[in-house]
Design a protein around this ligand. Structure first.
Ligand code: ADP
Ligand code: TZD
Length: 584
């Protein structure tokens, strides 16, 4: 096998072997490139520093972050946006653990990602002899990943990477862990054998055609519905079957509700979009078709008062069609009357094929009732947005963002926070698919700057990030990364001096309350520190002008949008899940 002893230099980094063989570093790089993977999000250190250098020298884009968690979130969303696994590369133990959060996030959100971590020597780890950054990383990653592999021999690198790619993107996508012990990188293979050992994965995400009888069952249920509704989830956005989904919605005439990251799959201004009547259509519908959306907490588990149930846990009486690639998803929360299992492109095409010219439009009363509800709610919102309070509140600031996004429909929108998230989701319309990326299934803070980097790099479009001031803090140091790579990112911090708001007090008078931050913080100076543009905006006009400048110039920009510190509610729209707020 031509093992070459690991050579650890004085710095501790692995050196390239002198022979003409292909070493482990090269095999990893070539295996990734062979599979069309051209970007690595990571953070260097022992034993992978040379992997980052040599990947860059070999033409790969290597984006180096200030914290692995951000690199991991970047990789996860790159996977969502491109359908190729996003690669996060970390050092052992602590770097690995920092990246693990994102790996779990990718698995939870069904994003394809591969966390590749260097690790210390198996022999020492397994005897717990205290190696540098010793940790049994494979065992720790396993429960959080869709799959986890370790490669011990250079000749298996090709297989390891092929398996990781397949596991990440086939079926329900997810996070995959690939453990590469430091020793591996210095192993050598004779060049031809090395090249031969690599695998170009054929058809990594095979189509999964739904069973024809499952499609007929779903069509029959939809056809007989009096109050049908379609819910589009981020699986539908991921599938990149935009034209088919639009045709299905328009041909059936069924009103639809986009989940947060499915916004823009059809423009939010589409006449069949029922977002502005959400609390009317969920309890009102009799047949609901879920396309790439799970009945998890974000949809109140398909039951309870949101769905017209008489109590928190009661079924609301709806029948469900569920289109999903995972056969286990059906019946996870309520009975699914017509599961359609397959990839969304194939499923929607099969459904479309069954929709003939004589397909009945949904009853006019249902459509009119939704239309009336939407009109009333939109009028209410228009009044609220027209107000111009001083200081700004979420609405007056987001009214500006709404206009800027409308004028720049190709720009990416990153969004995190509590109130900053909920208000942005409901106020800012999206016009194109996969433009809105946010906290996802867990509602996590910290995705912000990592997502900005990956969104800019993979889409080459400008990025607008709407951030709560607390949310921003989780990844704020990555503004240096954004400046370093000169990315066209405009960060808007809706700054209300704290988590949810900035008015809490410590009853003992000793410390600041746990939810409040330094008052009047100058976040914009953080961007200035690295050569970007920092602006403090206290009025909608200042915010508008700063955002327009940022989009025009493409310069990294941070706008500290100062809003009323009393604006915002505890936990935003999910107050009901907060035991303390419930008690209050
Ligand atoms: P949301 O949070 O937007 O409601 P979820 O993350 O809960 O969306 O659901 C996404 C669903 O989409 C998952 O159940 C996943 O299995 C499914 N999915 C992802 N990609 C595909 C695909 N290509 N085809 C079919 N289903 C998919
Ligand atoms: N930690 C992580 C990783 N994720 C979380 N969701 C939380 C903590 C809890 N949390 C929320 O759910 S929202 C939020 C936290 C800390 C911040 C809300 O404050 P903000 O936004 O300033 O970002 P608003 O607009 O002031 O509500």
């Amino acid at each position: 096998m031509g093992n070459v002893e690991t050579q650890v230099a004085a710095t501790g980094d692995v050196q390239q072997p002198a022979s003409a063989t292909m070493d482990g570093f090269q095999l990893v790089i070539d295996a990734l490139k062979l599979n069309g993977i051209d970007t690595i999000y990571g953070l260097p250190g022992i034993p992978i520093t040379d992997l980052t250098r040599r990947a860059q020298a070999d033409g790969m884009r290597v984006l180096s972050f200030r914290h692995e968690q951000s690199a991991g979130y970047a990789a996860s969303i790159a996977g969502f946006l491109t359908q190729k696994p996003g690669i996060c590369l970390t050092v052992s133990a602590p770097g690995f653990l920092n990246g693990l959060n994102a790996l779990a996030h990718a698995t939870t959100n069904c994003f394809p990602m591969i966390l590749i971590s260097g690790s210390s020597e198996r022999e020492i780890v397994d005897l717990q002899q205290g190696d540098y950054e010793e940790m049994d990383q494979l065992a720790i990653a396993k429960p959080l990943a869709k799959a986890a592999y370790r490669v011990l021999h250079a000749e298996d690198i090709g297989v390891g990477i092929a398996r990781a790619i397949r596991a990440a993107v086939s079926g329900r996508p997810g996070g995959v862990y690939l453990d590469l012990p430091g020793k591996l990188f210095a192993q050598g293979l004779e060049a031809a054998a090395g090249r031969n050992s690599l695998i170009q994965v054929v058809d990594p995400a095979p189509r999964q055609i739904p069973a024809p009888d499952s499609v007929q069952r779903a069509l029959a249920l939809l056809k007989g519905a009096n109050k049908p509704l379609i819910i589009l989830g981020k699986g539908a956005a991921y599938a990149q079957a935009d034209a088919e989904i639009r045709a299905l919605i328009e041909k059936t005439g069924i009103p639809y509700l986009p989940m947060s990251m499915a916004k823009g799959l059809l423009p939010d201004t589409h006449e069949q979009c029922a977002s502005a009547a959400r609390s009317f259509v969920l309890p009102g519908a009799d047949v609901v078709m879920l396309i790439g959306a799970r009945l998890n907490w974000l949809l109140s588990h398909g039951k309870g008062k949101t769905w017209g149930g008489k109590s928190a846990k009661a079924w609301g009486g709806q029948q469900f069609v569920q289109v999903d690639i995972s056969p286990q998803e059906a019946d996870s929360n309520v009975r699914i009357d017509a599961p359609v299992v397959g990839d969304i492109g194939s499923c929607v095409a099969a459904l479309l094929a069954g929709i003939d010219k004589g397909w009945p439009k949904p009853p006019a009363e249902w459509l009119k009732a939704i239309h009336d509800k939407k009109t009333a709610n939109v009028a209410k919102m228009t009044d609220t947005l027209a107000k111009n309070p001083s200081p700004m509140n979420f609405h007056s600031a987001l009214n500006v963002v709404r206009d800027i996004v409308k004028a720049n429909p190709d720009a990416m929108l990153v969004n995190e926070g509590a109130n900053a998230l909920d208000f942005t989701r409901s106020i800012v319309d999206m016009y194109k698919p996969r433009k809105r990326i946010d906290v996802g299934t867990w509602g996590i803070m910290g995705i912000g700057m990592g997502y900005c980097v990956a969104a800019a790099v993979t889409t080459k479009q400008p990025v607008i990030a709407v951030e709560g001031d607390s949310a921003f803090g989780f990844s704020g140091m990555e503004v240096e990364t954004i400046c370093r790579y000169k990315l066209p990112v405009c960060i808007v911090i809706l700054n209300n001096n704290g988590v949810y708001k900035g008015t809490d007090l410590d009853p003992t008078g000793r410390d600041p309350a746990p939810t409040v931050f330094v008052k009047g913080a100058r976040y914009e100076m953080l961007m200035q520190a690295f050569g970007g543009v920092g602006v403090r905006a206290t009025t909608p006009a200042e915010l508008r002008s700063a955002m327009e400048d940022a989009l025009r110039s493409g310069e990294p920009t941070l706008i500290n949008a100062v809003i009323d510190e009393t604006a915002g509610t505890e936990s935003g729209r999910i107050t009901a899940l907060n035991p303390t707020a419930k008690k209050k």
